[in-house]
Design a protein around this ligand. Sequence first.
Ligand SMILES: [Zn+2]
Length: 328
Amino acid sequence: MNNKSSVQSSGYQSIDVPFEYRHTCWFCGEPYYESYSFMASPNYDRQQLPIMVPCCQECYTFCHSIKVSGLDLLRDKVKEKLHRKYEKHLQIGANWTKEELEDSEFEGKALEGFRESAWKMFEIAKYRVNYSGWPLTIDGLPVMGITSSFQVEFNGIIYPSLVQAVVQLAKAYNIPQPYLEDVVEVVGRNRLAYALRFAKTTYGYSAEEREASIVSLKVMLAEESAQSREETKPALGIDVAVSEITELILSRTMISPHAIQWVLKEGISTLSQLAEHEDAFFEYFTQESELVAFTYFNGIQVYLDKRETDCEWAMNEDPNRALFGRIA
Ligand SMILES: [Zn+2]
């Protein structure tokens, strides 16, 4: 079959649907209802023909009110609408565990009904917002520029963006949204759990109280990072001749005296210090060869790990314990 001519005669393109997904909504995994014909707006990439995307009834309806420039943005907007519509269902997971819900003693018919269906509703909503579709291709060619890099996961639920996550989580945990935004900005997007914990345990939400909490949060984080820098800061190093160092084998790995010599010279005695100086290590030993550098690094990691996890051995049996004693 000639795809080009079929496209021209039909006036649209369809995304490829693998056999096992042929009755499935690309957005949320629910049963297929109708294909939505997507045209980019604004049309930056000069899309010529509408692209048909299989939808369930609900996502199909959502799509009609969305104007975006690409299919990934369309997906994110549909997910946002799902998040909003099923907000109460998704909050069940934030407020309860399955076991708590089963053990809880709701009284009255309506509440009993809630208990029986609540977890199911939560799981369905979670499945739909988390559903990632299948890889987008048209006539076997990948659709370019599709990204999910703005997505954020928290507590097993995927949000299309950090902004969206903050909006929903502020509601779920009863935290003023502007305050949660401030906290997330201070702690960073990778520490949402920390941000939420902090925001939840904040004492009072008046403007002054919030400001004071943000200040103390900044102080806490500054102390935390100073401490981690302290931990990875090496001691004063020592110069030792290779002949003074004992080569050893641990976990079938040879640990080169040259590598040991280097860490002693740099004053490194822990894995975290080594990690901080990984680049310098490789820069130094790659002069010999990449393989040498890699082998040495691997060996010294095994060695430092052994010294850290087996203090007994490090203090009494390590043949180089006296040398490490001098830098500690
Ligand atoms: Zn759907």
